[in-house]
Design a protein around this ligand. Structure first.
Ligand SMILES: [Fe+2]
Length: 170
């Protein structure tokens, strides 16, 4: 039981918190750009999607709670996930309302970083349940990246389109 708890603390909690932090970040952006309905809607939709990612992690937490012996031995350091969540939280707490271009730049950076971290982690996890979850989260990040880039293109923010998207063999 103790190891299942460690698994929750070390792996699932940071994942859940990062999704929640991203959700708060997009909610903040949707409120920041309330006067631009298209931008507000994009960010609002993304905040809802982050909520559904958070629910995915919560679902796995329940699975672990019900089958503590299945998930005992994995011990990973998800410091990057913790750092990314903290970065999103700091933006919301400290940053003055950004320009739309800057907001998209920040969102692209967050999603590209988290996609990369998820992808690296998914490869490491031996547990199919967990690898599957992390791949879903990574796929969500890539969908967000694509949506953000399409929107950036529509608004003519060419500088933002030059960056490479992480690619996933999924
Ligand atoms: Fe997400």
């Amino acid at each position: 039981m103790a190891t299942a708890r460690a698994f929750m603390q070390n792996v699932l909690r940071p994942l859940e918190e990062m999704e929640r932090d991203f959700g708060v970040f997009y909610r903040w952006l949707s409120e920041t750009f309330a006067d631009d309905p298209e931008a507000a809607m994009l960010f609002y939709r993304m905040s809802l999607e982050e909520k559904s990612h958070e629910s995915l992690v919560k679902y796995l937490k329940r699975l672990v709670r019900q089958n503590p012996n299945l998930f005992g031995e994995i011990q990973l350091n998800l410091q990057e996930v913790i750092d990314l969540g903290a970065f999103a939280r700091e933006l919301v707490r400290k940053t003055k309302p950004p320009s739309l271009e800057k907001a998209l730049d920040l969102a692209l950076t967050l999603e590209a970083s988290s996609a990369e971290v998820h992808y690296r982690n998914a490869v490491v996890y031996a547990r199919p349940e967990l690898a599957g979850l992390i791949r879903s989260l990574a796929r969500g990040d890539v969908e967000h990246l694509t949506g953000l880039q399409e929107f950036a293109a529509k608004r003519g923010f060419k500088k933002l389109l030059a960056r490479d998207l992480p690619r996933f063999p999924m």
